[in-house]
Write a protein that binds this ligand. Structure first.
Ligand SMILES: NC(=O)c1ccc[n+]([C@@H]2O[C@H](COP(=O)([O-])OP(=O)(O)OC[C@H]3O[C@@H](n4cnc5c(N)ncnc54)[C@H](O)[C@@H]3O)[C@@H](O)[C@H]2O)c1
Length: 442
């Protein structure tokens, strides 16, 4: 039995108690039940996870910026430090990885980690192209009996997500017809930043660029406050997917959680004039999804950067909801932001007699702490709410929307093979080109 199998069996059977010295902690927090975790990307968003993970063994830290690495090493004194995540993942005692790097390396880190038998928590978005997200999902599905994964969409733990799902599934708006989500974050940039100065000595800029085509250093990519610095690079095609992967990952999750959708059969999109350097600010994308066992075929839409769905009533100003979702059914409409919801029964037929709220004991239980759900899953049943299958299909659809936007026509999509069936250009845009020496699935 290796270390990881041991952790899993002690967490599920309590057998860990047998080997503990007397006086030691028992249960999941016992020293022998702790995960050995690598933090890849240690500043910014990573800091939001460090409190919750500090009860495990943080044994490795990796960051391309040695200044941040030194700061994290003061907190996690027993951890070895790395500037190259590929070397970090070779550390032999690892069980799990938390990846908080820039978007263009997420899929790489996630694949490499899973290929080395490591559980992965990966910040959103899970990938930066349709191909990347498909490869990550396939690697996860191959290993799902061994590994726990979670995409960093922590808003999923807000109770409103469960209440929205219950209302939709239990028929409060009748038969579901269409769903949309939107976000109003607008950050306009005119192109990659011009070369400016030399990278500081503590920053391994070439490793930050990593697999994607080289762009010269400019301090502007690194001048944001912790957890918001992503807004300094995520709108450039090589580094991110703009609001599609940024707030789109969170806000579409509100809809995704309630519709049990897989991959769409089509995608079409329009928005700002295409810019080869910067992703669109204004965009709307529409996807057709087949029926499932509880609802008919539906249309799923994403709006961003000023594009908005039509308001269902003159007195409802959707623009007042910065990031929201709307579910349209045969008998009513449900509008939701992350934390609250309103229901609009429509017309005389919508007397609500057809809707039976579930009894309290049948409510979907709270998820608890989002990162801890994953930690517990690593030690137990491997089940998480936003695993790489759930989160992978969500972001694959969203990124397919960007492909449809670039091609400028409705794309037919075969989710089984991951092919656009009516556009060679669309197929080419599903994947990205990487610099020599970088392998997505290494
Ligand atoms: N879930 C959320 O609510 C939420 C909030 C903010 C950011 N994020 C996500 O977290 C990620 C990081 O965002 P941020 O604002 O912290 O960005 P950032 O630019 O501050 O980067 C975070 C850290 O990762 C390091 N890093 C970058 N590339 C690396 C690499 N290849 N190897 C090792 N270290 C690397 C940076 O030096 C930095 O310390 C983004 O993908 C973003 O989408 C999620």
């Amino acid at each position: 039995m290796n270390r990881r199998q041991f952790l899993k069996s002690t967490a599920t059977t309590g057998a860990g108690l047998l080997i503990l010295p007397s006086g030691a902690l028992a249960g999941p927090d016992a020293p022998s039940n702790k995960l050995n975790v690598a933090l890849i990307g240690v500043w910014g968003r990573s800091r939001a996870h460090q409190g919750a993970i500090s009860s495990e063994n943080v044994v490795a830290l990796c960051d391309v910026d040695e200044k941040y690495l030194a700061g994290a090493a003061k907190r996690f004194r027993n951890a070895r430090t790395y500037v190259d995540w590929r070397k970090c993942l070779d550390q032999k005692d690892l069980d799990a990885v938390i990846c908080c790097t820039a978007d263009h390396t997420h899929a790489f880190v996630a694949n490499w980690a899973m290929n080395r038998g490591l559980h992965v928590f990966c910040e959103k978005p899970l990938g930066n192209s349709v191909e990347e997200t498909r490869v990550v999902r396939a690697t996860y599905l191959k290993n799902k009996d061994k590994l726990a994964t979670q995409v960093g969409t922590q808003r999923h733990a807000i109770m409103n997500f469960n209440r929205v799902r219950e209302l939709v599934k239990d028929g409060a708006i009748g038969e579901l017809k269409q769903v949309c989500a939107w976000g109003d974050r607008q950050i306009r940039r005119s192109g990659y930043l011009p070369a400016k100065g030399e990278p500081p000595k503590h920053l391994h800029y070439d490793l930050w660029i990593g697999p994607v085509p080289f762009h010269p250093y400019n301090p502007g990519y690194f001048s944001g406050s912790p957890g918001l610095n992503c807004l300094n690079w995520n709108m450039y095609w090589d580094f991110g997917s703009g609001q599609v992967g940024d707030m789109g990952s969170h806000t579409m999750d509100l809809a995704w959680n309630a519709i049990d959708a897989g991959l769409p059969t089509s995608a079409e999109a329009k928005g700002d004039k295409f810019d080869p350097e910067v992703t669109p600010v204004e965009l709307e994308a529409h996807f057709e999804h087949p029926a499932n066992d509880w609802r008919p075929a539906i249309r799923v839409s994403w709006y961003q950067g000023g594009a908005m769905p039509k308001s269902p009533r003159g007195y409802v100003d959707l623009k007042k909801i910065g990031h929201g979702a709307m579910f349209e059914g045969s008998k009513g409409i449900l509008i939701s932001d992350f934390g609250s919801r309103i229901l609009l029964p429509s017309g005389d037929a919508a007397d609500m007699t057809y809707y039976k709220p579930r009894p309290k004991e049948k409510l979907i239980p709270p998820l608890g702490h989002f990162l801890k759900e994953w930690v517990n899953a690593c030690k137990g049943d491997l089940k998480t709410s936003c695993n790489f299958d759930y989160g992978g299909t969500l972001i694959e659809m969203m990124l397919l929307g960007l492909v449809a936007y670039r091609v400028g026509k409705k794309l037919d999509y075969d989710g089984a093979t991951g092919r656009v069936t009516n556009s060679a250009e669309g197929n080419d845009l599903l994947k990205r080109k990487y610099r020599p020496g970088w392998t997505l699935n290494g």
